[in-house]
Design a protein around this ligand. Structure first.
Ligand SMILES: *Cc1c(COP(=O)(O)O)cnc(C)c1O
Length: 378
C-alpha cells in the first residue's frame, strides 16, 4: 500500500481547462472575469448579501477586523481550540483575545460559554464551525442583538454546511471561508469574506481595495478613484479564481465522494465507540455537516501517540489538529489564566483520519482495518 496522506487535493482536467482559459484571456489580476463569476455564484447559491474573494481566510478575517474598527482594549471572544488566524486577525488590531472552552462532547463552543465570557467591552464573537459542524447560530445571533456585539463566523471548514436548513456561511454578520488546498473546495490558497449584514457591504469593498473606491470606479459610479479610507490589498489573482471556479463546477461530485467516506468511517468504527475505546464525532442537532474531516477522540495523549505511530507504520497519515491557543508561547502570557480543559483534551486526544475525494475503497478499508487492529492489540 502506498502512503495515504491526510488530504490529497483533486485537481484535474476541469481545473486545467479553466486555468488555461484564464491565462489566455490575459486577465490575471484581482477582480477579473473569474472572480466576478465566483462572487455571483456565492451570492446566488448561498443566500448571502455580498461575497468578496480574498487571498486567504486569514486575510478575510483581517479584513473583517479592520471593518469593525477593532481597537486596543476591545475584547474578542474566540475558541482556544482553533487555527491561529482566528485569534491573530483581531490581535493584530490590538484586541484583547478572550479564549473560551470547547464543549465536552464537541470541539465547537457553546452559547453558554460565550455568554459567560461577555463583558461591556466585548466587540465581537468569532465562533468556529469545527469540521463543518455549525455552531448554534440562531441563539448566538439572538444573544448578539441583546448584548450588542458582532458575530464573525470562522466558516473556513464549512462550505456547503447548513444550520437550520440555511447555509452556515449565511449566518453571522459576516463569515469567512478558506480555499486552502486542505479544504473541501480549494484553489491552493484563497479565501472569502462573506457579508450578511448589508451595513458592512460598501466599506468592505473599499478596504479590500487598499482603501480606494476603485470597484465603484470600474462600475462607472464615480469618475475617478481616490483614497477614501484605510485598507490593504486582499484580492486574490484571477488565476486562482479560475481554479476555484472549476472546483465549484465539480462541487457535487467532490461532496458526494467525501460524504461516502465520512459515512463509511462512522459506520465501521461504531463498534469501537460502542465498546468505549474511542469517541466518534457527535452529529449535532439542526446541522448538516459537509464531510470536511473525520476524526476520532482517543483516551489520552499517550494512546493517541501510539495510534499515530501504529498507523504511520501502515502508511497512513493520520494527524492531530490544533494546540490550545491559550497555552501557546505567544498567547499564554496574554491569557487570563482560566483553565480550558476540553480544548486541552482535544489538543491531546483528537486524531484526524485521511479523507479526500479520490480516496480509494482499498485505502479506506486499510485505514478502518488498521484502527480495529490497533485496539484489538491493546
Ligand atoms: C484553514 C483554516 C483557516 C485558515 O485559512 P487560510 O485560507 O489558510 O488562511 C482559518 N480558520 C480555520 C478554522 C481553518 O480551518
Amino acid at each position: 500500500m502506498e502512503w495515504i496522506p491526510l488530504v490529497r487535493p483533486s485537481y484535474g482536467a476541469t481545473e486545467e481547462k479553466e486555468l488555461l482559459n484564464c491565462f489566455h484571456q490575459g486577465r490575471l489580476e484581482g477582480d477579473g472575469p473569474y472572480t466576478k463569476k465566483i462572487h455571483q455564484f456565492f451570492q446566488q447559491t448561498y443566500q448571502i448579501e455580498k461575497a468578496l474573494f480574498t487571498t486567504s481566510c486569514t486575510d478575510a478575517l483581517e479584513l473583517a477586523a479592520l471593518l469593525l474598527d477593532i481597537k486596543p482594549g476591545d475584547e474578542v471572544i474566540i475558541p482556544s481550540y482553533t487555527f491561529v488566524s482566528t485569534a491573530h486577525a483581531f490581535a493584530l488590531r490590538g484586541a484583547k483575545i478572550v479564549f473560551i472552552d470547547s464543549q465536552p462532547d464537541h470541539p465547537n463552543v457553546s452559547i453558554e460559554a460565550i455568554r459567560k465570557a461577555l463583558t461591556p467591552r466585548t466587540r465581537a464573537v468569532v465562533p468556529v464551525h469545527y469540521a463543518g459542524f455549525s455552531c448554534e447560530m440562531d441563539q448566538l445571533m439572538k444573544l448578539s442583538a441583546e448584548k450588542n456585539f458582532i458575530v464573525i463566523a470562522d466558516a473556513a471548514q464549512a462550505i456547503e454546511s447548513k444550520y437550520l436548513g440555511k447555509p452556515a456561511i449565511a449566518w453571522g454578520h459576516m463569515s469567512t471561508l478558506s480555499f486552502h488546498q486542505t479544504k473541501n473546495i480549494s484553489c491552493g490558497e484563497g479565501g472569502m469574506l462573506i457579508i450578511n449584514d448589508k451595513k458592512f457591504a460598501k466599506r468592505a469593498e473599499i478596504l479590500r481595495e487598499k482603501g480606494t473606491n476603485r470597484s465603484a470606479f470600474f462600475r462607472g459610479e464615480v469618475d475617478k478613484y481616490n483614497c477614501i479610507d484605510i485598507g490593504s490589498s486582499y484580492l486574490g489573482s484571477d488565476l486562482l479564481a479560475s481554479i476555484l471556479w472549476a472546483q465549484l463546477e465539480r462541487r457535487e461530485e467532490l461532496q458526494l465522494a467525501r460524504h461516502k467516506i465520512w459515512k463509511a468511517y462512522h459506520e465501521k468504527l461504531a463498534p469501537l465507540a460502542n465498546a468505549g475505546k474511542i469517541v466518534l464525532p457527535k452529529i449535532l442537532p439542526n446541522t448538516e455537516h459537509n464531510a470536511h474531516c473525520y476524526y476520532v477522540i482517543c483516551k489520552d495523549l499517550e494512546e493517541r501517540t501510539q495510534l499515530i505511530t501504529f498507523l504511520k507504520d501502515r502508511q497512513i497519515g493520520a494527524v492531530f489538529h490544533y494546540l490550545s491557543l491559550h497555552k501557546s508561547p505567544y498567547y499564554l502570557p496574554l491569557h487570563d489564566g482560566r483553565d480550558l480543559p476540553m480544548s486541552d483534551h482535544y489538543t491531546d486526544a483528537l486524531l484526524r483520519l485521511p479523507l479526500f475525494p479520490t480516496m480509494t475503497e482499498a485505502e479506506l478499508d486499510h485505514v478502518i482495518r488498521s484502527i480495529h487492529d490497533f485496539f484489538r492489540k491493546l
